[in-house]
Design a binder for this molecule. Structure first.
Ligand code: ZN
Length: 532
């Protein structure tokens, strides 16, 4: 459980851990607050679309983080399962922290993961007038008031959320509300912020599709700012995250808000905003956090946290997607290898766990190896092609008249690969004549002084084979070993180093067949030179 939301009014928040989410969803207390979208939520295991609309809303303050990618994936799986729409919204209203150049990187990361969207990207910064109009509406309805106090004086001001959290103490919070709430004459020359007037003597409830019923006493919710006071030189203030997110979710008709559990502390305030704006809150589904192996929140200390670094390392997107899907979600049985179509058909909010997921790199590598080995080879070829293009080993004919050769070669190599770059490093000799002999392999298998002569004879013997196949190559090599009075293994190991430069490679005679007669003979002759 994340520290931040663990602090939120622990005395007033209740979890009904034993209640299955499906039951909770159908037991809403009042139709008044949860009518529309909740009907859709009850349909989470159905196949008929009920107008489901979800959004992924990253801020361009950094790269696409593993946690963000997992949230995007859950939204996408849910939308695809429900036949709904996925909307991409860029939350870029924080002008000080945003770096617009990062947007393209985030979109690239989503595209690499295969997560497409139906609408957007919508830039929140282009919608500020809409947000300000909502603040006006709140003011005129009496649901908000003008505050002339310095931003740092009362909780819920302009201060960064994290800083406020650091000040919070455990236990019920005592909220001091400023006098502006009761109406105050505007001091000359002071530009006000707009604060939300939290209704008193009430409890704010919502039913989280993952965490169940949540309740917080309004006495513990500060009169948060919805529109900041204009800065020097500005005539209008900027809306806060709380207001922008709610206004956009209403305007975009979002039915399900699926996001990280670190947002659970924002939700009571947002529910209050929905009601004040006369809108029905969506279904909230907070998904557990992702932790590192030491059970602290995933950060750079645990290794790479950006999606792009896994792409660069050579993980397959589908393997990464499968791995991410199981961080905080379970299909309900022990299945692990779930291709994307199965993830879609099995995904439900009921399967989302309340327990934080642990990012286990060894497990990710296991998934990658599984996909490299088990995908239909035709599905793997584009990824290997991209890798060979990157390493400048690619020949266009492998996609044309030599396609079958390419498929056969990849099939032969893949049981020994872990990451895509293995195809251009360890397996380089299968795609290029320009390769080096691995020094350790050479040291180990080229020690015998007779090998130069024997490899020369082997080259001569192989050069005259009429029908180039496994058994023919096998026969020539074993006959030579017998004639020379050496073990076949000595010759097999030396030949492997000669034709692929490595001590470990696919079975020798299959390798010979794939490389072809001309290449194998030429490489044996080159090895004879290297040995002399
Ligand atoms: Zn005030």
């Amino acid at each position: 459980m994340g520290k931040r939301w663990g602090k939120l009014g622990r005395k007033t928040l209740r979890l009904s851990r034993s209640t299955p989410a499906s039951a909770k969803i159908q037991s809403f207390p009042s139709r008044e607050s949860f009518s529309g979208p909740m009907t859709a939520a009850a349909n989470t295991s159905g196949t008929i679309s009920s107008g489901v609309r979800v959004r992924f809303a990253p801020s361009p303050t950094g790269y696409l983080h593993v946690g963000g990618a997992r949230t995007a994936l859950f939204n996408w799986l849910f939308a695809r399962r429900q036949g709904g729409a996925m909307i991409l919204r860029i939350e870029d209203t924080d002008v000080e922290r945003n770096r617009p150049e990062l947007v393209e990187g985030i979109l690239d990361g989503l595209r690499w993961l295969g997560l497409d969207w139906d609408e957007g990207p919508v830039f929140q910064s282009q919608r500020l007038d809409l947000h300000r109009a909502a603040a006006e509406k709140l003011l005129s309805a009496g649901a908000a008031y003008l505050c002339y106090c310095p931003p740092e004086k009362y909780a819920g001001g302009d201060a960064v959320e994290e800083e406020e959290d650091a000040k919070k103490e455990a236990g019920p919070r005592r909220i001091t509300r400023c006098a502006c709430r009761e109406g105050k004459t505007a001091p000359a020359g002071t530009k006000p912020a707009v604060r939300f007037r939290v209704p008193q003597d009430a409890v704010t409830r919502f039913d989280d599709a993952v965490f169940g019923r949540r309740e917080v006493a309004n006495e513990e919710i500060e009169d948060f700012v919805v529109l900041r006071s204009p800065k020097a030189g500005q005539t209008e203030g900027l809306p806060t995250y709380q207001l922008s997110a709610v206004v956009d979710d209403i305007e975009m008709r979002i039915t399900h808000v699926i996001r990280g559990a670190d947002h659970i502390s924002n939700t009571p305030k947002q529910v209050l905003l929905y009601r004040a704006l006369r809108a029905t809150p969506p279904v909230f589904a907070h998904v557990p956090l992702i932790l590192g192996a030491d059970r602290t929140r995933l950060s750079k200390r645990h290794g790479a946290t950006s999606v792009s670094s896994y792409r660069e390392e050579g993980f397959l997107p589908e393997a990464f997607r499968n791995f991410l899907a199981l961080l905080g979600w379970s299909p309900g049985d022990d299945s692990e290898m779930l291709r994307t179509s199965e993830l879609i058909s099995r995904f439900s909010l009921e399967g989302v766990s309340r327990t934080n997921g642990v990012f286990d790199r060894a497990k990710l590598e296991w998934f990658n190896t599984q996909y490299l080995q088990k995908l239909p080879v035709e599905e793997l070829l584009p990824a290997v092609q991209a890798e060979l293009e990157r390493s400048k080993l690619w020949q266009p004919e492998w996609a044309g008249e030599k396609h079958d050769w390419f498929a056969k070669t990849v099939d032969l190599l893949r049981p020994r690969t872990r990451l895509l770059p293995d195809f251009s490093t360890w397996a380089r000799a299968f795609f290029s004549d320009a390769f080096d002999y691995d020094p350790a392999a050479r040291e180990k298998f080229w020690k015998d002084e007779r090998l130069g002569g024997m490899l020369a004879k082997l080259g001569d013997g192989l050069a005259v084979i009429g029908d180039w196949n496994h058994d023919g190559c096998d026969h020539v090599l074993r006959e030579l070993a017998a004639a020379e009075g050496v073990k076949a293994g000595l010759l097999i190991n030396a030949t492997r180093v000669a034709i692929v430069g490595q001590a470990v490679a696919p079975p020798l005679f299959e390798t010979m067949v794939v490389l072809g007669q001309e290449r194998v003979v030429a490489r044996l002759r080159r090895a004879v030179q290297a040995l002399s």
